[in-house]
Design a protein around this ligand. Structure first.
Ligand code: PHE
Length: 339
């Protein structure tokens, strides 16, 4: 009896086919109601007691082997059939493919780049892990300069001379090292500041900074460039420059645009004044030019820098900066139609 089961086991093991009919015949032979397995189970009561245990084990083994064999072969044969072009229904509608959308940060960044490209600026990039020189010292911020505290910095633990750049002005210093004027470049990128995370500020955000150096560049050039930008970007043609301080520019200014006071939202975001601060700017400090081996007697320049999140929040009325980094699909989907 046991020998017979061993033989069946051997037969199951050796069976192979990719023909569904053959596989089904095999299934009927072994697993169906009148199949071999059921016959063997019926036999069970006639088996002498001392053999019952081994007999039971063997039939179960056979049952498992036959079931696995049938399922495995069936699956393989079906997959195989799917691939045969003859069986394909070419009139069936395709599976819809989800089309992704651009992140609002990328959308706004690209818009800013496009606008400045039209007036001759190129795009420059640099490393996010920076050294002290490019992020601070070269920008007229020597060690112990109190203005270093304006930007809370993440330092690298292994070597405090390395840090996560606090602004993309570091790209401008690298650019000035590598190029002589005339320089017209904008530097978009991610920056880091050790700040508490809230609806208004985050420890990671994005900037676009601009730099223009040539003979005879004046504050009037800066103002007209910014005016051009705000007209193109926001459709607003009134700006004002408020005196301010940055170590790398002199004189320095905060740039406000007149947003208007037409709606309730306008009141809320401008705190009832109609004016919105959108960037910092100024004439490149002669010390910075000297650090970069550019003769300040021969060349002058201007620089500006703005936060992309802030502008995206304004344009799309996004209430909380944290939404940019949560990757919530419901948030991101809203930007599908914009390229
Ligand atoms: N680097 C400044 C900041 O990150 C912005 C700025 C750039 C200001 C250029 C003036 C000129 O805050």
């Amino acid at each position: 009896m046991i020998k017979q089961i061993e033989k069946y086991l051997e037969e199951v093991k050796n069976f192979n086919s990719n023909d569904l009919k053959e596989i089904d015949a095999f299934r009927i032979k072994f697993i169906s109601k009148k199949g071999i397995l059921n016959q063997l189970f019926a036999e069970f009561k006639n088996v002498p007691n001392e053999e019952k245990k081994l007999f039971g084990q063997k039939i179960n083994e056979l049952k498992q082997a036959a079931t696995e064999k049938v399922n495995g072969l069936k699956e393989a044969a079906e997959n195989n059939n799917d691939e045969q072009a003859g069986e394909l229904d070419l009139t069936r509608p395709g599976y819809p493919t989800e089309i992704g959308s651009r992140h609002p940060i990328s959308i706004v960044k690209n818009q800013i780049i496009e606008i400045f490209k039209r007036i001759g600026f190129n795009v420059s990039e640099g490393p996010e892990i920076e050294d002290d020189w490019h992020n601070f010292t070269a920008l007229n911020l020597p060690e112990y300069h109190p203005a270093r505290d304006m930007q809370d910095t993440f330092f690298l633990q292994q070597n405090p001379d390395w840090l996560l750049r606090t602004h993309t002005s570091s790209v401008q210093t690298r650019y000035m090292e590598a190029h002589q004027p005339p320089i017209r470049t904008i530097s978009p990128g991610r920056v880091y500041r050790n700040e508490d995370i809230s609806a208004r500020s985050h420890c990671i955000f994005h900037q676009v900074e601009g730099l223009y150096i040539d003979k005879g560049v004046s504050f009037a050039d800066l103002k007209q460039t910014l005016l051009f930008f705000t007209k193109e970007m926001f459709g607003k043609s009134k700006i004002r420059l408020r005196p301010s301080y940055f170590p790398f520019t002199e004189p320095s200014a905060e740039v406000d645009i007149y947003w208007g006071l037409e709606t309730e939202t306008d009141y809320r975001i401008t705190k009832g004044t109609g004016w919105l601060e959108i960037m910092g700017a100024g004439m490149v400090d002669p010390n910075v030019l000297k650090n970069m081996n550019i003769d300040p007697e021969e060349y002058t320049g201007f620089a500006f820098g703005m936060g992309i999140e802030r502008i995206a929040m304004l344009l799309y009325q996004i209430p909380d900066i944290r939404m940019f980094y949560e990757n919530d699909i419901r948030f991101l989907k809203q930007f599908e139609s914009i390229v």
